[in-house]
Design a protein around this ligand. Structure first.
Ligand code: AMP
Ligand code: MG
Length: 411
């Protein structure tokens, strides 16, 4: 195979990154409780200090280090006056040369500036004995200690995770402006394909790609229109692409972008709009097509399921995120040592399904079973993709490779 004229994966990504602009801003205001994984439309600033008041970090006794009693040398015996509990502050002022019983999260009484933890005092009836001089500010959380009013809780382009949402909730917010979901039309092509649940005729197989793509997009801010399976009939494919492109931001298909007699999809996109590129130096997955039909982006994935999955993860998922306004981020890679020899022909970057483990403090990775691109089974037991560089030859056990943990790729 002459792979020299194929576009490198990084080049393909660079073209996609620069041609796929963020969708024209369309925002919606939604409940924070429903905002997981959505993309922040506008920076959110903290409306209040958290905590809103100076609070005690410990259970103990509040004192004022400027009180006359502390002019002398320790120990100090102070009479107790009053109590400040979380949610029930001391009602009157703290008395000079007295201590106030206080609990974690309670308001520091006015005048007090130090909390002596209860383990450090000797309590006798209504007085406490401190054997050391209290330090101003000890165990005091100033207002805004967690979040200061006006600080950015999250910037535009952030994909909201549990901690962002927790932070906003802790500031009392209940709604947030997020970007509209990307409208994506999805279909599979192939005369041989049937839906799970239907019976199989001779030569037929079940459509795996549409289902796995939906699963891979489950948490993404994407609204999928499932257009089902299309047979290899140019007229139907053309009509479907035309209407889908008019009503969606992107169309995602699998199958029919290769060079076989029944591979019509690419030629039809070329007729309706244009194809930017369609051969990428990646294994599995060489026939990956990207184009435009009007303002709609077209992503044509290869038919073999593993090729579909790998090209989707490496090329489509990040670009859909960009389209939806997310700040770009590259999947994290980790170096690991190969546990076995791995053969590789130069020319295409390869992503093998692998399993890595910590072996005596070192990450060791091995490919899972037979790596043929039709075998979804190669994901069995896999927890990463093993990246083998385009220009790498065969690799030997012990060689270092980059691995992409599936936890990162799938999130
Ligand atoms: P194609 O790219 O259409 O030539 O398909 C390449 C291979 O992938 C063929 O063996 C197809 O039967 C298979 N294939 C295509 N689409 C799917 C699908 N949705 N689910 C499972 N296998 C598929
Ligand atoms: Mg086909």
């Amino acid at each position: 195979m002459n792979t020299r004229q194929f576009l490198g994966l990084d080049d393909a990504l660079a073209v996609l990154r620069s041609t796929v602009a963020v969708l024209p801003a369309s925002y919606e205001t939604i409940a924070i409780a429903a905002a997981a994984n959505r993309i922040v439309a506008r920076r959110v600033d903290a409306p209040i200090d958290v905590p809103p008041f100076a609070a005690s970090a410990m259970d103990g006794y509040a004192v004022c280090t400027r009180d006359p009693i502390f002019n002398g040398a320790p120990p100090y015996v102070l009479a107790l006056h009053g109590e400040s509990r979380a949610g029930a502050p001391l009602r009157d002022a703290a008395r000079v040369d007295h201590a106030v019983r206080i609990f974690t999260g309670a308001v520091i009484p006015p005048r007090c500036d130090s909390i002596v933890i209860q383990e450090d005092v000797e309590r006798t009836g209504d007085s406490v004995r401190l054997s050391e001089r209290p330090r101003a500010g000890s165990n005091v959380r100033p207002p805004g200690h967690d979040v200061a009013r006006g600080t950015a809780l999250c910037d535009a382009g952030t994909r909201l995770g549990p901690f962002d949402l927790a932070w906003m909730t802790a500031c009392g917010l209940t709604t947030i402006d997020v970007r509209a979901k990307v409208r994506l039309a999805l279909f599979s092509t192939g005369d041989e394909l049937r839906n799970a649940g239907d019976s199989l005729g001779s030569g037929q197989i079940y459509d795996a790609n549409r289902f796995v793509l939906q699963q891979l997009l489950r948490d993404a801010p994407v609204a999928i229109t499932d257009l089902g399976i299309l047979p290899d009939e140019p007229a139907r494919i053309e009509a479907t692409l035309r209407t889908a492109a008019a009503a969606h931001d992107a169309v995602l298909t699998s199958g029919g972008v290769s060079v076989g007699d029944a591979d019509y999809v690419r030629a039809i996109v070329e007729r309706l709009g244009r194809i930017e590129f369609w051969k990428i130096a990646i294994k599995p997955g060489k026939p990956f097509a990207y184009g435009r039909i009007g303002a709609c982006h077209f992503f044509g994935l290869p038919g073999n399921p593993v090729s579909t999955i790998v090209t989707f993860l490496m090329l489509v998922k990040p670009i859909l995120a960009q389209l939806g306004g997310a700040r770009p981020d590259a999947p994290s890679t980790i170096p690991a040592a190969l546990g076995v020899d791995v053969a590789h022909d130069r020319g295409r970057v390869e992503y093998q399904r692998g399993a890595f483990a910590n072996v005596a403090g070192r990450l060791v990775v091995e490919p899972t079973s037979d790596q043929s691109s039709n075998r979804i089974g190669s994901f069995r037991g896999a927890n990463c993709l093993i990246e083998i560089a385009r220009d790498s030859g065969d690799l030997a056990r012990g060689d270092t490779v980059a691995i992409l943990p599936l936890t990162g790729l799938l999130s």
